[in-house]
Design a protein around this ligand. Structure first.
Ligand code: NDP
Length: 504
Protein backbone atom coordinates (compact mmCIF):
# COMPACT_ATOMS: atom_id res chain seq x y z
CA UNK A 1 0.00 0.00 0.00
CA UNK A 2 1.10 3.60 -0.54
CA UNK A 3 -0.01 6.97 0.65
CA UNK A 4 0.92 10.64 0.36
CA UNK A 5 -0.89 13.93 1.17
CA UNK A 6 -2.01 15.95 -1.89
CA UNK A 7 0.83 18.51 -1.64
CA UNK A 8 3.59 15.92 -1.15
CA UNK A 9 6.47 15.52 -3.55
CA UNK A 10 7.31 11.99 -2.42
CA UNK A 11 5.41 8.88 -1.40
CA UNK A 12 6.24 5.67 0.41
CA UNK A 13 5.92 2.11 -0.75
CA UNK A 14 4.90 -0.21 2.07
CA UNK A 15 5.34 -3.91 2.71
CA UNK A 16 1.81 -5.34 2.27
CA UNK A 17 2.54 -8.13 4.78
CA UNK A 18 3.12 -5.80 7.74
CA UNK A 19 2.94 -2.14 6.69
CA UNK A 20 6.70 -1.46 7.03
CA UNK A 21 8.08 1.30 4.82
CA UNK A 22 10.10 -0.23 1.98
CA UNK A 23 11.15 2.97 0.19
CA UNK A 24 10.43 6.62 -0.56
CA UNK A 25 9.95 7.77 -4.14
CA UNK A 26 9.31 11.01 -6.03
CA UNK A 27 5.85 11.93 -7.27
CA UNK A 28 6.81 13.05 -10.76
CA UNK A 29 4.82 16.01 -12.04
CA UNK A 30 3.48 16.50 -15.55
CA UNK A 31 6.46 18.75 -16.33
CA UNK A 32 8.93 16.15 -15.06
CA UNK A 33 7.24 13.47 -17.15
CA UNK A 34 7.56 15.70 -20.23
CA UNK A 35 11.25 16.27 -19.41
CA UNK A 36 11.77 12.51 -19.19
CA UNK A 37 10.08 12.03 -22.56
CA UNK A 38 12.24 14.81 -24.06
CA UNK A 39 15.37 13.03 -22.77
CA UNK A 40 14.01 9.78 -24.14
CA UNK A 41 13.72 11.37 -27.62
CA UNK A 42 17.48 11.96 -27.62
CA UNK A 43 18.11 8.43 -26.39
CA UNK A 44 15.70 6.99 -28.97
CA UNK A 45 17.65 8.60 -31.81
CA UNK A 46 20.92 7.10 -30.51
CA UNK A 47 19.42 3.68 -29.76
CA UNK A 48 17.60 3.41 -33.12
CA UNK A 49 20.85 4.33 -34.88
CA UNK A 50 22.57 1.21 -33.50
CA UNK A 51 22.49 -2.07 -35.38
CA UNK A 52 20.39 -4.95 -34.08
CA UNK A 53 23.61 -6.60 -33.09
CA UNK A 54 24.82 -3.60 -31.08
CA UNK A 55 21.48 -3.25 -29.31
CA UNK A 56 21.50 -7.00 -28.67
CA UNK A 57 24.91 -6.72 -26.98
CA UNK A 58 23.69 -3.92 -24.69
CA UNK A 59 20.57 -5.88 -23.78
CA UNK A 60 22.69 -8.93 -23.13
CA UNK A 61 24.87 -6.95 -20.70
CA UNK A 62 21.72 -5.84 -18.88
CA UNK A 63 20.52 -9.43 -18.81
CA UNK A 64 23.79 -10.51 -17.19
CA UNK A 65 23.50 -7.85 -14.49
CA UNK A 66 19.93 -8.91 -13.76
CA UNK A 67 20.89 -12.55 -13.50
CA UNK A 68 23.80 -11.81 -11.14
CA UNK A 69 21.54 -9.64 -8.94
CA UNK A 70 18.51 -11.92 -9.14
CA UNK A 71 18.42 -12.50 -5.38
CA UNK A 72 18.48 -8.74 -4.77
CA UNK A 73 15.61 -8.16 -7.18
CA UNK A 74 13.59 -11.03 -5.70
CA UNK A 75 14.11 -9.62 -2.18
CA UNK A 76 12.74 -6.28 -3.31
CA UNK A 77 9.76 -7.95 -5.04
CA UNK A 78 9.03 -9.92 -1.87
CA UNK A 79 9.17 -6.77 0.25
CA UNK A 80 7.29 -4.38 -2.00
CA UNK A 81 4.64 -6.65 -3.49
CA UNK A 82 4.49 -9.44 -0.93
CA UNK A 83 4.96 -12.52 -3.10
CA UNK A 84 7.03 -15.43 -1.74
CA UNK A 85 10.73 -15.20 -2.53
CA UNK A 86 10.68 -18.34 -4.73
CA UNK A 87 7.78 -16.97 -6.79
CA UNK A 88 9.69 -13.71 -7.22
CA UNK A 89 12.73 -15.59 -8.54
CA UNK A 90 10.52 -17.50 -10.99
CA UNK A 91 8.84 -14.31 -12.20
CA UNK A 92 12.13 -12.50 -12.75
CA UNK A 93 13.64 -15.57 -14.45
CA UNK A 94 10.79 -15.66 -16.97
CA UNK A 95 11.19 -11.95 -17.67
CA UNK A 96 14.91 -12.46 -18.29
CA UNK A 97 14.10 -15.30 -20.70
CA UNK A 98 11.82 -12.93 -22.63
CA UNK A 99 14.58 -10.30 -22.67
CA UNK A 100 16.90 -12.89 -24.16
CA UNK A 101 14.35 -13.89 -26.83
CA UNK A 102 13.42 -10.35 -27.82
CA UNK A 103 17.07 -9.30 -28.16
CA UNK A 104 17.93 -12.44 -30.10
CA UNK A 105 14.99 -12.35 -32.53
CA UNK A 106 14.45 -8.66 -33.22
CA UNK A 107 16.55 -8.62 -36.38
CA UNK A 108 14.95 -11.71 -37.88
CA UNK A 109 11.42 -10.43 -37.23
CA UNK A 110 11.86 -6.75 -38.06
CA UNK A 111 14.56 -6.38 -40.70
CA UNK A 112 13.65 -5.47 -44.27
CA UNK A 113 12.44 -8.48 -46.21
CA UNK A 114 11.14 -9.15 -49.69
CA UNK A 115 7.50 -9.91 -50.31
CA UNK A 116 5.91 -11.09 -53.54
CA UNK A 117 4.79 -8.16 -55.71
CA UNK A 118 2.10 -10.10 -57.61
CA UNK A 119 1.60 -10.67 -61.33
CA UNK A 120 0.07 -7.26 -62.00
CA UNK A 121 3.07 -5.50 -60.45
CA UNK A 122 5.77 -7.98 -61.36
CA UNK A 123 8.10 -5.19 -62.50
CA UNK A 124 8.33 -4.03 -58.87
CA UNK A 125 10.51 -5.27 -56.03
CA UNK A 126 8.41 -5.14 -52.86
CA UNK A 127 9.97 -5.02 -49.39
CA UNK A 128 8.82 -4.25 -45.88
CA UNK A 129 10.64 -3.55 -42.63
CA UNK A 130 9.47 -2.68 -39.13
CA UNK A 131 10.88 0.52 -37.72
CA UNK A 132 10.85 1.70 -34.12
CA UNK A 133 8.13 4.19 -33.20
CA UNK A 134 10.45 6.38 -31.08
CA UNK A 135 9.47 6.70 -27.41
CA UNK A 136 7.16 4.16 -25.81
CA UNK A 137 5.40 4.88 -22.50
CA UNK A 138 4.86 1.76 -20.40
CA UNK A 139 2.32 1.83 -17.56
CA UNK A 140 2.49 -1.29 -15.42
CA UNK A 141 0.60 -3.02 -12.62
CA UNK A 142 1.92 -4.24 -9.27
CA UNK A 143 0.90 -7.91 -9.38
CA UNK A 144 3.77 -9.07 -11.62
CA UNK A 145 5.92 -5.96 -11.22
CA UNK A 146 8.80 -7.39 -13.28
CA UNK A 147 7.35 -9.91 -15.73
CA UNK A 148 4.38 -7.83 -16.87
CA UNK A 149 6.00 -4.47 -17.64
CA UNK A 150 9.08 -6.21 -19.02
CA UNK A 151 6.77 -7.91 -21.54
CA UNK A 152 6.39 -4.45 -23.07
CA UNK A 153 9.72 -2.87 -22.08
CA UNK A 154 12.10 -5.47 -23.51
CA UNK A 155 10.15 -5.92 -26.76
CA UNK A 156 9.97 -2.12 -27.23
CA UNK A 157 13.71 -1.77 -26.50
CA UNK A 158 14.73 -4.68 -28.72
CA UNK A 159 12.72 -3.09 -31.55
CA UNK A 160 14.81 0.09 -31.17
CA UNK A 161 12.60 2.34 -29.03
CA UNK A 162 13.41 4.30 -25.88
CA UNK A 163 11.07 3.64 -22.96
CA UNK A 164 9.64 5.76 -20.15
CA UNK A 165 8.15 3.41 -17.56
CA UNK A 166 5.56 4.35 -14.94
CA UNK A 167 5.35 1.46 -12.44
CA UNK A 168 2.37 1.01 -10.15
CA UNK A 169 2.36 3.19 -7.03
CA UNK A 170 2.60 -0.11 -5.07
CA UNK A 171 5.86 -1.22 -6.71
CA UNK A 172 7.86 1.91 -7.61
CA UNK A 173 11.14 0.58 -6.16
CA UNK A 174 11.10 -2.35 -8.57
CA UNK A 175 10.63 0.03 -11.51
CA UNK A 176 13.57 2.11 -10.28
CA UNK A 177 15.68 -1.03 -9.90
CA UNK A 178 15.04 -1.98 -13.53
CA UNK A 179 15.92 1.49 -14.85
CA UNK A 180 18.99 1.75 -12.61
CA UNK A 181 20.43 -1.60 -13.68
CA UNK A 182 19.76 -0.73 -17.33
CA UNK A 183 21.63 2.58 -16.93
CA UNK A 184 24.56 0.81 -15.24
CA UNK A 185 24.67 -1.79 -18.03
CA UNK A 186 24.23 0.41 -21.07
CA UNK A 187 25.55 3.73 -19.75
CA UNK A 188 22.64 5.73 -21.18
CA UNK A 189 19.06 6.23 -19.94
CA UNK A 190 17.30 4.58 -22.86
CA UNK A 191 14.99 3.14 -20.18
CA UNK A 192 13.80 5.72 -17.64
CA UNK A 193 11.31 5.45 -14.83
CA UNK A 194 8.80 8.02 -13.56
CA UNK A 195 7.01 7.32 -10.29
CA UNK A 196 3.85 8.57 -8.65
CA UNK A 197 0.13 7.91 -8.72
CA UNK A 198 -2.49 7.73 -11.47
CA UNK A 199 -1.84 11.41 -12.39
CA UNK A 200 1.75 10.57 -13.30
CA UNK A 201 0.48 7.78 -15.56
CA UNK A 202 -2.08 10.15 -17.08
CA UNK A 203 0.69 12.70 -17.70
CA UNK A 204 2.65 10.02 -19.57
CA UNK A 205 -0.39 9.41 -21.80
CA UNK A 206 -0.50 13.14 -22.67
CA UNK A 207 3.27 13.60 -22.99
CA UNK A 208 3.55 13.00 -26.71
CA UNK A 209 5.02 9.49 -26.52
CA UNK A 210 4.60 7.49 -29.72
CA UNK A 211 2.75 4.63 -28.09
CA UNK A 212 1.46 3.68 -24.65
CA UNK A 213 1.62 0.07 -23.47
CA UNK A 214 -0.80 -0.20 -20.58
CA UNK A 215 -1.28 -3.20 -18.31
CA UNK A 216 -3.85 -2.89 -15.57
CA UNK A 217 -7.57 -2.98 -14.96
CA UNK A 218 -10.12 -2.63 -17.73
CA UNK A 219 -11.54 0.56 -16.16
CA UNK A 220 -8.17 2.31 -16.01
CA UNK A 221 -7.48 1.02 -19.53
CA UNK A 222 -10.51 2.96 -20.77
CA UNK A 223 -9.22 6.14 -19.10
CA UNK A 224 -5.77 5.60 -20.63
CA UNK A 225 -7.31 5.13 -24.06
CA UNK A 226 -9.42 8.28 -23.71
CA UNK A 227 -6.37 10.32 -22.70
CA UNK A 228 -4.33 8.89 -25.56
CA UNK A 229 -7.14 9.63 -28.04
CA UNK A 230 -6.56 13.38 -27.48
CA UNK A 231 -3.21 13.11 -29.25
CA UNK A 232 -3.97 10.07 -31.45
CA UNK A 233 -1.37 8.15 -29.45
CA UNK A 234 -1.78 4.42 -30.16
CA UNK A 235 -2.21 2.06 -27.22
CA UNK A 236 -1.81 -1.57 -26.27
CA UNK A 237 -4.23 -2.55 -23.53
CA UNK A 238 -3.47 -5.66 -21.45
CA UNK A 239 -6.36 -5.73 -19.01
CA UNK A 240 -8.10 -8.09 -16.63
CA UNK A 241 -9.51 -11.56 -17.07
CA UNK A 242 -11.81 -14.23 -15.69
CA UNK A 243 -9.98 -17.29 -16.94
CA UNK A 244 -11.41 -20.80 -16.69
CA UNK A 245 -10.02 -24.28 -16.44
CA UNK A 246 -12.03 -26.89 -18.37
CA UNK A 247 -11.67 -30.50 -17.19
CA UNK A 248 -12.84 -33.22 -19.58
CA UNK A 249 -13.80 -36.75 -18.53
CA UNK A 250 -10.54 -38.24 -19.85
CA UNK A 251 -8.29 -35.77 -18.01
CA UNK A 252 -5.55 -36.69 -15.53
CA UNK A 253 -7.61 -35.52 -12.55
CA UNK A 254 -4.75 -35.32 -10.06
CA UNK A 255 -2.69 -33.18 -12.44
CA UNK A 256 -5.69 -31.01 -13.29
CA UNK A 257 -6.56 -30.41 -9.61
CA UNK A 258 -2.95 -29.63 -8.75
CA UNK A 259 -2.52 -27.15 -11.60
CA UNK A 260 -5.94 -25.54 -11.15
CA UNK A 261 -5.27 -24.91 -7.46
CA UNK A 262 -1.90 -23.36 -8.24
CA UNK A 263 -3.46 -21.25 -11.00
CA UNK A 264 -6.14 -20.03 -8.60
CA UNK A 265 -4.08 -19.37 -5.47
CA UNK A 266 -0.48 -18.62 -6.46
CA UNK A 267 0.44 -14.96 -6.19
CA UNK A 268 -2.55 -14.83 -3.77
CA UNK A 269 -4.81 -15.10 -6.83
CA UNK A 270 -3.60 -11.72 -8.08
CA UNK A 271 -2.88 -12.90 -11.61
CA UNK A 272 -4.52 -11.51 -14.73
CA UNK A 273 -4.49 -15.02 -16.20
CA UNK A 274 -5.27 -16.60 -12.82
CA UNK A 275 -7.83 -19.42 -12.62
CA UNK A 276 -11.09 -17.98 -11.33
CA UNK A 277 -13.62 -20.53 -12.69
CA UNK A 278 -13.45 -24.29 -13.21
CA UNK A 279 -15.88 -26.32 -15.35
CA UNK A 280 -15.68 -30.08 -14.85
CA UNK A 281 -17.33 -32.91 -16.79
CA UNK A 282 -20.06 -34.48 -14.64
CA UNK A 283 -18.45 -37.94 -14.86
CA UNK A 284 -15.29 -36.76 -13.07
CA UNK A 285 -16.71 -33.85 -11.07
CA UNK A 286 -16.77 -35.59 -7.68
CA UNK A 287 -13.27 -36.97 -8.10
CA UNK A 288 -11.93 -33.56 -9.14
CA UNK A 289 -13.65 -31.70 -6.31
CA UNK A 290 -12.38 -34.21 -3.75
CA UNK A 291 -8.83 -33.89 -5.07
CA UNK A 292 -8.65 -30.10 -5.22
CA UNK A 293 -10.37 -29.74 -1.85
CA UNK A 294 -7.90 -32.09 -0.20
CA UNK A 295 -4.97 -30.19 -1.68
CA UNK A 296 -6.41 -26.76 -0.80
CA UNK A 297 -6.89 -27.74 2.84
CA UNK A 298 -3.13 -28.12 3.16
CA UNK A 299 -2.51 -24.60 1.91
CA UNK A 300 -2.60 -21.35 3.90
CA UNK A 301 -1.46 -17.75 3.74
CA UNK A 302 0.40 -16.17 6.67
CA UNK A 303 3.09 -13.63 7.46
CA UNK A 304 6.45 -15.30 7.24
CA UNK A 305 9.12 -16.15 4.75
CA UNK A 306 7.88 -19.71 4.25
CA UNK A 307 4.25 -18.84 3.45
CA UNK A 308 3.33 -20.29 0.03
CA UNK A 309 0.80 -17.48 -0.45
CA UNK A 310 1.60 -13.82 0.17
CA UNK A 311 -0.63 -10.97 1.33
CA UNK A 312 -3.18 -9.11 -0.78
CA UNK A 313 -1.08 -6.25 -2.12
CA UNK A 314 -3.81 -3.67 -2.59
CA UNK A 315 -5.88 -3.26 0.63
CA UNK A 316 -9.04 -2.14 -1.16
CA UNK A 317 -9.12 -5.47 -3.02
CA UNK A 318 -9.98 -7.22 0.26
CA UNK A 319 -13.51 -5.76 0.08
CA UNK A 320 -13.92 -6.96 -3.52
CA UNK A 321 -12.84 -10.51 -2.61
CA UNK A 322 -15.11 -10.56 0.46
CA UNK A 323 -17.99 -9.20 -1.62
CA UNK A 324 -17.64 -11.89 -4.29
CA UNK A 325 -17.52 -14.69 -1.70
CA UNK A 326 -20.54 -13.27 0.15
CA UNK A 327 -22.49 -12.88 -3.09
CA UNK A 328 -21.80 -16.53 -3.97
CA UNK A 329 -22.78 -17.80 -0.51
CA UNK A 330 -25.91 -15.66 -0.22
CA UNK A 331 -27.17 -17.05 -3.52
CA UNK A 332 -26.90 -20.75 -2.78
CA UNK A 333 -23.17 -21.31 -3.19
CA UNK A 334 -21.17 -23.39 -0.71
CA UNK A 335 -17.58 -22.95 0.43
CA UNK A 336 -15.82 -26.32 0.58
CA UNK A 337 -12.64 -24.61 1.71
CA UNK A 338 -12.40 -21.08 3.16
CA UNK A 339 -15.40 -18.78 2.85
CA UNK A 340 -16.28 -15.26 3.96
CA UNK A 341 -14.08 -15.63 7.07
CA UNK A 342 -11.12 -16.44 4.85
CA UNK A 343 -10.64 -12.73 4.20
CA UNK A 344 -8.39 -11.28 6.90
CA UNK A 345 -6.79 -7.87 7.34
CA UNK A 346 -3.91 -8.54 4.97
CA UNK A 347 -4.12 -12.21 3.96
CA UNK A 348 -6.88 -14.25 2.31
CA UNK A 349 -7.07 -18.01 2.80
CA UNK A 350 -7.74 -20.29 -0.21
CA UNK A 351 -11.46 -20.51 -0.90
CA UNK A 352 -13.21 -23.09 -3.07
CA UNK A 353 -16.83 -22.39 -3.97
CA UNK A 354 -19.36 -24.75 -5.57
CA UNK A 355 -23.04 -24.49 -6.59
CA UNK A 356 -22.55 -20.79 -7.39
CA UNK A 357 -25.06 -19.28 -9.85
CA UNK A 358 -23.41 -18.22 -13.10
CA UNK A 359 -24.60 -14.62 -12.67
CA UNK A 360 -22.95 -14.23 -9.25
CA UNK A 361 -20.13 -11.66 -9.16
CA UNK A 362 -17.87 -14.55 -8.08
CA UNK A 363 -18.35 -15.92 -11.62
CA UNK A 364 -18.75 -12.74 -13.67
CA UNK A 365 -16.23 -10.25 -12.17
CA UNK A 366 -12.48 -10.40 -11.73
CA UNK A 367 -11.96 -11.35 -8.05
CA UNK A 368 -8.15 -11.12 -7.88
CA UNK A 369 -7.93 -13.26 -4.76
CA UNK A 370 -7.12 -16.92 -3.97
CA UNK A 371 -10.68 -18.03 -4.66
CA UNK A 372 -12.21 -20.19 -7.36
CA UNK A 373 -15.67 -21.46 -8.35
CA UNK A 374 -16.22 -25.03 -9.57
CA UNK A 375 -19.24 -26.02 -11.66
CA UNK A 376 -20.40 -29.36 -13.03
CA UNK A 377 -21.09 -29.50 -16.78
CA UNK A 378 -22.83 -32.21 -18.77
CA UNK A 379 -20.33 -32.08 -21.67
CA UNK A 380 -17.59 -30.00 -23.22
CA UNK A 381 -20.08 -27.97 -25.28
CA UNK A 382 -21.50 -26.62 -22.05
CA UNK A 383 -18.00 -26.05 -20.63
CA UNK A 384 -17.01 -23.98 -23.68
CA UNK A 385 -20.32 -22.12 -23.71
CA UNK A 386 -19.98 -21.13 -20.03
CA UNK A 387 -16.31 -20.27 -20.44
CA UNK A 388 -17.16 -17.96 -23.33
CA UNK A 389 -20.06 -16.30 -21.48
CA UNK A 390 -17.83 -13.51 -20.18
CA UNK A 391 -16.94 -10.01 -21.32
CA UNK A 392 -13.29 -10.93 -20.76
CA UNK A 393 -11.17 -13.14 -23.03
CA UNK A 394 -7.61 -13.34 -21.76
CA UNK A 395 -6.47 -16.95 -21.13
CA UNK A 396 -7.86 -20.39 -20.39
CA UNK A 397 -6.76 -23.97 -19.69
CA UNK A 398 -8.06 -27.32 -20.85
CA UNK A 399 -7.31 -30.68 -19.26
CA UNK A 400 -8.03 -33.60 -21.59
CA UNK A 401 -5.97 -36.47 -22.94
CA UNK A 402 -7.67 -36.68 -26.35
CA UNK A 403 -9.61 -33.48 -27.01
CA UNK A 404 -7.45 -30.65 -25.68
CA UNK A 405 -6.84 -28.93 -29.02
CA UNK A 406 -10.44 -29.27 -30.19
CA UNK A 407 -11.75 -27.72 -26.97
CA UNK A 408 -9.10 -24.99 -26.73
CA UNK A 409 -9.75 -23.86 -30.30
CA UNK A 410 -13.39 -23.14 -29.43
CA UNK A 411 -12.57 -20.91 -26.46
CA UNK A 412 -12.75 -17.19 -27.16
CA UNK A 413 -9.51 -16.08 -25.51
CA UNK A 414 -6.16 -14.70 -26.57
CA UNK A 415 -4.36 -17.75 -25.14
CA UNK A 416 -5.03 -21.30 -23.96
CA UNK A 417 -2.88 -23.97 -22.33
CA UNK A 418 -3.59 -27.66 -22.59
CA UNK A 419 -2.79 -29.93 -19.65
CA UNK A 420 -1.11 -27.05 -17.84
CA UNK A 421 -1.98 -23.59 -16.55
CA UNK A 422 -0.61 -20.25 -17.79
CA UNK A 423 2.17 -22.07 -19.68
CA UNK A 424 1.67 -19.82 -22.74
CA UNK A 425 3.05 -16.83 -20.79
CA UNK A 426 6.43 -18.50 -20.38
CA UNK A 427 6.93 -19.25 -24.09
CA UNK A 428 8.56 -16.15 -25.60
CA UNK A 429 7.56 -17.19 -29.13
CA UNK A 430 3.85 -16.91 -28.31
CA UNK A 431 1.93 -13.62 -28.42
CA UNK A 432 0.30 -12.59 -25.13
CA UNK A 433 -2.92 -10.57 -24.94
CA UNK A 434 -6.68 -10.78 -24.87
CA UNK A 435 -9.95 -9.96 -26.57
CA UNK A 436 -13.04 -8.13 -25.33
CA UNK A 437 -12.62 -6.44 -21.94
CA UNK A 438 -9.21 -8.10 -21.60
CA UNK A 439 -7.87 -5.57 -24.08
CA UNK A 440 -6.13 -5.65 -27.45
CA UNK A 441 -2.70 -5.65 -28.99
CA UNK A 442 -0.02 -8.19 -28.18
CA UNK A 443 3.18 -8.35 -26.19
CA UNK A 444 5.71 -11.24 -26.46
CA UNK A 445 6.83 -13.05 -29.58
CA UNK A 446 7.09 -11.65 -33.09
CA UNK A 447 3.73 -9.86 -32.65
CA UNK A 448 5.10 -8.24 -29.50
CA UNK A 449 8.12 -6.87 -31.36
CA UNK A 450 5.96 -5.55 -34.22
CA UNK A 451 3.57 -3.95 -31.72
CA UNK A 452 6.24 -1.33 -31.00
CA UNK A 453 7.04 -0.61 -34.65
CA UNK A 454 5.47 0.81 -37.74
CA UNK A 455 5.64 -1.07 -41.02
CA UNK A 456 7.61 0.71 -43.70
CA UNK A 457 6.74 -0.62 -47.17
CA UNK A 458 8.78 0.16 -50.30
CA UNK A 459 7.92 -0.72 -53.90
CA UNK A 460 10.95 -0.28 -56.23
CA UNK A 461 10.59 -0.41 -60.00
CA UNK A 462 12.93 -3.06 -61.38
CA UNK A 463 12.12 -2.53 -65.07
CA UNK A 464 9.62 -0.56 -67.11
CA UNK A 465 6.10 -2.00 -66.89
CA UNK A 466 4.48 -3.77 -69.86
CA UNK A 467 1.31 -1.84 -68.98
CA UNK A 468 1.93 1.66 -67.66
CA UNK A 469 -1.13 2.17 -65.50
CA UNK A 470 0.04 5.11 -63.36
CA UNK A 471 0.13 7.65 -66.18
CA UNK A 472 -2.37 10.01 -67.89
CA UNK A 473 -0.97 8.69 -71.17
CA UNK A 474 -2.49 5.31 -70.38
CA UNK A 475 -4.23 3.99 -73.50
CA UNK A 476 -7.58 2.24 -73.99
CA UNK A 477 -5.56 -0.74 -75.15
CA UNK A 478 -3.78 -0.86 -71.83
CA UNK A 479 -7.15 -0.81 -70.04
CA UNK A 480 -8.35 -3.71 -72.21
CA UNK A 481 -5.17 -5.65 -71.56
CA UNK A 482 -5.64 -5.07 -67.83
CA UNK A 483 -9.25 -6.30 -68.06
CA UNK A 484 -8.06 -9.36 -69.99
CA UNK A 485 -5.38 -10.11 -67.41
CA UNK A 486 -7.88 -9.70 -64.62
CA UNK A 487 -10.24 -12.19 -66.26
CA UNK A 488 -7.37 -14.61 -66.71
CA UNK A 489 -6.16 -14.21 -63.12
CA UNK A 490 -9.39 -13.93 -61.19
CA UNK A 491 -12.30 -14.53 -63.57
CA UNK A 492 -12.42 -18.29 -63.75
CA UNK A 493 -15.07 -19.95 -61.64
CA UNK A 494 -16.68 -16.59 -60.90
CA UNK A 495 -20.42 -16.81 -61.38
CA UNK A 496 -21.55 -13.60 -59.69
CA UNK A 497 -20.56 -9.95 -59.86
CA UNK A 498 -20.72 -7.18 -62.45
CA UNK A 499 -19.03 -7.56 -65.83
CA UNK A 500 -16.23 -5.12 -66.74
CA UNK A 501 -17.50 -2.36 -69.08
CA UNK A 502 -16.73 -2.72 -72.78
CA UNK A 503 -14.61 0.38 -73.72
CA UNK A 504 -14.79 -0.08 -77.56
P1 NDP B 1 -4.75 -0.32 -12.31
O1 NDP B 1 -5.60 -0.24 -13.50
O2 NDP B 1 -5.27 0.21 -11.03
O3 NDP B 1 -3.35 0.42 -12.55
C1 NDP B 1 -2.47 0.07 -13.59
C2 NDP B 1 -1.48 1.19 -13.80
O4 NDP B 1 -2.15 2.34 -14.33
C3 NDP B 1 -0.79 1.66 -12.53
O5 NDP B 1 0.55 1.98 -12.81
C4 NDP B 1 -1.58 2.89 -12.18
O6 NDP B 1 -0.88 3.79 -11.38
C5 NDP B 1 -1.83 3.47 -13.54
N1 NDP B 1 -2.93 4.43 -13.60
C6 NDP B 1 -3.96 4.61 -12.75
N2 NDP B 1 -4.78 5.60 -13.18
C7 NDP B 1 -4.26 6.04 -14.35
C8 NDP B 1 -4.67 7.04 -15.30
N3 NDP B 1 -5.77 7.76 -15.14
N4 NDP B 1 -3.89 7.22 -16.38
C9 NDP B 1 -2.79 6.48 -16.57
N5 NDP B 1 -2.35 5.53 -15.71
C10 NDP B 1 -3.09 5.31 -14.60
O7 NDP B 1 -4.36 -1.86 -12.20
P2 NDP B 1 -3.57 -2.60 -11.05
O8 NDP B 1 -2.23 -1.98 -10.85
O9 NDP B 1 -4.48 -2.72 -9.88
O10 NDP B 1 -3.35 -4.04 -11.71
C11 NDP B 1 -4.27 -5.06 -11.61
C12 NDP B 1 -5.02 -5.22 -12.91
O11 NDP B 1 -4.10 -5.46 -13.96
C13 NDP B 1 -5.95 -6.42 -12.92
O12 NDP B 1 -7.18 -6.09 -13.52
C14 NDP B 1 -5.20 -7.44 -13.76
O13 NDP B 1 -6.03 -8.38 -14.37
C15 NDP B 1 -4.53 -6.56 -14.75
N6 NDP B 1 -3.37 -7.23 -15.33
C16 NDP B 1 -3.42 -7.58 -16.64
C17 NDP B 1 -2.37 -8.26 -17.22
C18 NDP B 1 -2.39 -8.59 -18.68
O14 NDP B 1 -1.32 -8.78 -19.23
N7 NDP B 1 -3.52 -8.65 -19.34
C19 NDP B 1 -1.19 -8.64 -16.44
C20 NDP B 1 -1.23 -8.21 -15.09
C21 NDP B 1 -2.31 -7.53 -14.58
P3 NDP B 1 -1.10 3.77 -9.79
O15 NDP B 1 -0.86 2.36 -9.36
O16 NDP B 1 -0.06 4.70 -9.35
O17 NDP B 1 -2.51 4.20 -9.57
Amino acid sequence: MTQAPPSATTFESLNPANGDVVGTHPIHTEEEVRDAVARARVEAAWWAGLSFDERGKHLSTWKGVMVRRLAQLADLMHLEMGKPHGDAVMEAALAIDHLNWAAGHAEKVLKRRKVASGLLMMNQAATVEYRPLGVVGVIGPWNYPVFTPMGSIVYALAAGNAVVFKPSEYTPGIGEWLARTFQESVGRPVLQVVTGFGETGAALCRSGVDKVAFTGSTETGKRVMAACAETLTPVVIEAGGKDSVIVDQDADIEAAADAALWGACSNAGQTCTGVERIYVHERVYDEFVASITEKAKGLSAFEGDDSPIGPITMPKQLDVIRGHIQDALSRGGRALVGGADAVGERFVQPTILVDVPEDSTAVTEETFGPTVTIAKVRDMDEAVERTNATRYGLGNSVFSKANGMAIAERVRSGMSSINGVITFAAIPNLPFGGVGDSGFGRIHGADGLKEFCYAKAIARQRFKPMLNLTSFSRTDKADQQLAGMLTMLHGRGTTVGPELPDRD
